[in-house]
Design a protein. Structure first.
Length: 489
């Protein structure tokens, strides 16, 4: 990399920075106390402002980026991420972890504690500690408030440039090449200073991140080993991995991470079964041709430990399911499910197999036996609701989904299924209301308000339902007003 790598360096500064979970701040131990970089960033951007901006940008992310709305994978990455957050200090905002369908290795974070992983990370990480090291790095960008610090520094030196820069964030999310070009043009006058600041951020995120990784019970050696893997790929490739473009990796950063890992107690940590299951699922269901689940990986897992052997069988069942060879997939999953009847990975895939073969009643019976309706597990709840919809029992689906959407209002899966269940019952106003919530989650507030207005008009004047729809319209209009400042930029 040359010293004029501002396109990618600034993109990371904007997109690779913020996250946290609702954990009370804890005083840092001595080993976490790094040299102060000159500001707490509170003068430029408050935590409340970060949360408001994060809300705006995550809605745009849903609208413009191929997010993977897979309940199993989303549950896994959020559990993994929040395990790390529980071992982080200076946590000020909730953390939310998202998975994007993208075959390029990368990860980034932005305002309000939202961390995004590319699905390719499942392909390139060899174990759960390596995947956790990427998350720990991103979490540390957040807890150190690198984006807010960068904003404060930039406002001092060139106050107007951040207006254009923030406007380029969404473009970079949807189309990295165009987004980088837009950011490069915006920041042209202050390139070198921003590069140096970014490299300082990277090293600080490594230092903090490796401590978070170790405290959470993962192998600290995983961080330098994954960085070395990226460096090796860059050395022998005509184009370096995208992650090295947005996360600069000078030799000093790699050697520093290795030295720190060597000074820490070594945790020989076994990857969980969930990691292997998530890996084969992401590769088998959400990768492009040439990047998907390979036979050599499955063969390797079939000869590995018990967790890997189970994942190999699960992976082969996924490949059969994706090829619509439902009987072959069933023959693999059925004995696994017989041994572990409450395994959500197996229950989910068997439900999909049943629905693929128009056997909704079998799926419903199996999920009822697993007590899915009363479970707090979102995967089981959504599976049963989906089976009820496919099995022409929409009223039963609505009972589950009304509770689910109340508990998980930010999950598009719940609203989409509720819209289908309401439509099947002829409940036009409830269908419109559910579709309005899906649109609102994607930032399409005008369309959302329009659907809610139509729903309100279908109800008797002064009725409880009409009052509820009108109150929701008022909330969305207030949200519109709050978001206008970000839309202008």
């Amino acid at each position: 990399m040359t010293t004029r790598l501002t396109k990618t360096a600034i993109a990371f500064l904007l997109l690779g920075t913020l996250s946290s979970t609702a954990v009370a701040p804890v005083s840092a131990e001595t080993q976490d106390q790094l040299p102060d970089m000159g500001t707490t960033a509170g003068g430029t951007l408050s935590i409340g402002q970060e949360l408001a901006m994060g809300d705006f940008y995550v809605r745009q992310l849903r609208a413009s980026t191929p997010l993977i709305n897979d309940p199993l994978l989303n549950t896994y990455i959020n559990q993994l991420g929040n395990r790390l957050v529980a071992s982080a200090y200076s946590v000020r905002t909730p953390f939310h972890f998202f998975l994007v369908r993208n075959d390029e290795i990368n990860a980034f974070a932005f305002f309000g504690g939202n961390v995004v992983l590319h699905s390719a990370l499942f392909r390139e990480t060899d174990n759960e500690s390596q995947l956790a090291s990427v998350l720990a790095h991103e979490i540390s960008h957040v807890t150190q408030r690198h984006l807010a610090r960068a904003m404060e520094d930039q406002q001092r030196n060139a106050p107007l440039t951040w207006v254009g820069a923030l406007g380029s964030i969404l473009l970079a999310m949807a189309n990295p090449t165009m987004g980088m070009a837009a950011l490069s043009g915006t920041m042209a006058g202050t390139q070198q200073g921003m590069i140096s600041f970014t490299q300082s951020n990277e090293q600080e995120a490594d230092r903090i991140g490796i401590q978070v990784l170790q405290r959470a019970g993962f192998d600290p050696e995983a961080m330098p080993s994954f960085l070395q893997k990226l460096a090796d790929q860059a050395r022998y490739a005509s184009k370096p991995p995208e992650m090295l473009l947005t996360h600069p990796l000078p030799d000093s950063r790699l050697s520093d991470a290795r030295n720190r890992a060597n000074q820490m107690p070594r945790h020989i940590t076994q990857s969980t079964e969930d990691y292997y299951m998530a890996k084969v699922r992401a590769l088998g269901m959400y990768s492009s041709v040439g990047y998907g689940l390979r036979e050599d990986l499955l063969d390797s897992y079939a000869k590995g430990n018990v967790r890997q052997q189970i994942a190999a069988k699960y992976g082969r069942a996924i490949l059969f399911y994706e090829a619509k060879k439902y009987d072959s997939a069933r023959n693999i999953i059925a004995p696994l499910l017989a041994k572990d009847s409450n395994n959500v990975w197996f229950l989910d895939l068997m439900t999909d197999i049943d629905l693929g073969q128009k056997r909704a009643s079998q799926a419903i019976a199996r999920l009822q036996a697993a007590n899915a309706a009363q479970s707090n597990n979102p995967v089981l709840q959504l599976n049963l609701a989906n089976a009820y919809v496919e099995g022409n029992q929409p009223a039963q689906a609505s009972k589950i989904l009304n509770r689910y959407t109340f508990a998980h209002p930010d999950d598009p899966n719940g609203w989409d299924l509720l819209a289908q269940a309401s439509a099947a019952q002829g409940l036009r106003d409830e269908e419109l209301s559910a579709r309005a919530e899906s649109l609102a989650l994607a930032g399409r507030l005008d369309q959302s308000i329009s659907l809610l207005s139509n729903a309100s008009s279908l109800q008797k004047l002064g009725s409880l339902k009409q009052a509820r729809y009108d109150a929701r319209i008022d909330q969305l209009r207030q949200l519109q007003q709050r978001f206008r400042q970000y839309q202008r930029s």
